[in-house]
Design a protein around this ligand. Structure first.
Ligand SMILES: Cc1ncc(COP(=O)(O)O)c(C=O)c1O
Length: 387
């Protein structure tokens, strides 16, 4: 039909040559997805069955990232969320209802703990916490209505490695699902599904993305029954991941192996160097014997990441610990981790129930890709300024 120029702005007849091939995944944006005809209109979220229906459920860019993470983790399907915390809360919302019981480790990522103790409790879910070293002892905490046990291994900041297979065995005997925050292992250094886990999540924000420039999360499930629950919940909660961020994550993924290898080696060197310092009481790095659960790390993991914690001697005041962090020049102060820049954050566990007695003396380090000699020099000069 003949078109006015204003219509041509929207409905153009221009055709570019076909057959473009490139190594980069194209960015397909959504919201509106076109149907071939009026009878094809469908609001099904499961685009693997129904074809593309709406941008919220993922464009080809989002689903490629989902598929690639699923492939790496050896799961059944993966759902991409706008951040790691969104992945955690979507698992909770999809798998729990009023009257159910959930268990989380005391060492769980704090926003996950808060979501459970504030939001889930508000919805009438019975929320309990357990010592991360509990292993098969979890069976004593399981109730007839326990629907979900979370694991996070190693735990946030205090780094306890968990006996995930023992927890899975006990939980499965009671008909309870196990979800794992597998972010530290980047979904690759701990084979969650081989160790019995039903649902994994990762903050893709960290090692998959790898450059501190986006926020994404992933949930990977072991079977279709769990996938149906999660997909249906994602549709109704309405959280969509940005295709632009997914394309960046796909780019980050290509170099994840070499980044992880360099970060692992650097972190081990720095951890051992810190462990030999007189100012330090203990280094909490799963690959060091000083870390609670080190033997489990050796048994179950195939590598280690760049995040670990340092506990200073009892004689150091909070001000002195903060002076150390403030004196660092190459290590920047900030949450999140997994990028190329080394980071340091001081924590204070006084008044935190179930946390080890490290008080104000614990600092989490995330090792990036700087020269390790330079990082050690930076730590050395900062240690010298504590007193
Ligand atoms: C272990 C762990 N899980 C989940 C998250 C949440 O990820 P995001 O920052 O993408 O929401 C974080 C973030 O720091 C984390 O450390």
């Amino acid at each position: 039909m003949k078109k006015d120029w204003k219509t041509k702005l929207i409905h153009s007849d221009v055709r570019v040559p076909e057959g473009f091939r490139s190594l980069a995944t194209p960015v397909y944006r959504g919201s509106t997805v076109l149907f071939v005809d009026a009878t094809a209109v469908d609001d099904t979220w499961n685009q693997y069955e129904a074809g593309y229906t709406y941008g919220l459920y993922g464009t080809p860019t989002v689903l490629e990232l989902a598929g690639r993470i699923c492939e790496l983790e050896g799961g059944y399907r993966t759902i991409i969320t706008p951040g790691g915390q969104a992945a955690i809360t979507l698992v909770d919302l999809a798998l729990l209802k009023t009257g159910d019981h959930i268990l989380l480790p005391q060492s769980v990522y704090t926003p996950s703990r808060k979501f459970a103790s504030r939001i889930l409790r508000g919805f009438g879910v019975d929320v309990g916490f357990y010592a991360p070293e509990i292993g098969c002892g979890i069976s004593e905490l399981l109730k007839p209505n326990t629907r979900l046990v979370w694991c996070e291994s190693p735990g946030s900041i205090t780094m306890e490695v968990q006996d995930v297979p023992a927890i899975c065995e006990a939980a499965h005997k009671a008909g309870t699902l196990v979800a794992l925050d597998n972010t530290w292992a980047a979904g690759v250094y701990f084979d969650a599904f081989a160790h019995g886990v039903d649902v994994t999540m990762q903050a893709v924000t960290k090692y998959v993305a790898g450059h501190s420039d986006l926020l994404l999360g992933s949930i990977t499930v072991k079977d279709d029954a769990i996938y149906q629950k999660l997909g249906a919940a994602q549709q109704l909660v309405g959280i969509a991941a940005s295709p632009d961020d997914c394309s960046l994550a796909l780019r980050g993924m290509k170099t994840m192996a070499v980044r992880l290898k360099a970060i692992e080696a650097g972190a081990l060197e720095v951890a051992k160097w810190m462990a030999a310092r007189g100012e330090v009481e203990i280094v909490l790095h799963p690959a060091l014997e000083s870390c609670p659960g080190h033997a489990l790390w050796k048994r179950d993991f195939t590598g280690s990441a760049g995040v670990f914690s340092v506990v200073f001697q009892k004689s150091f005041s909070k001000e002195e610990v903060l002076r150390f962090v403030n004196a660092l020049e190459l290590f920047k102060i900030g949450y999140s981790w997994g990028g190329v820049t080394s980071l340091a954050v001081a924590y204070d566990f006084r008044g935190s129930p179930g946390r080890p007695d490290y008080g104000h003396r614990i600092v989490r380090l995330s090792i990036g890709l700087e020269d390790i000699g330079d990082l050690k020099s930076d730590l050395e000069q900062a240690l010298g300024k504590m007193r």
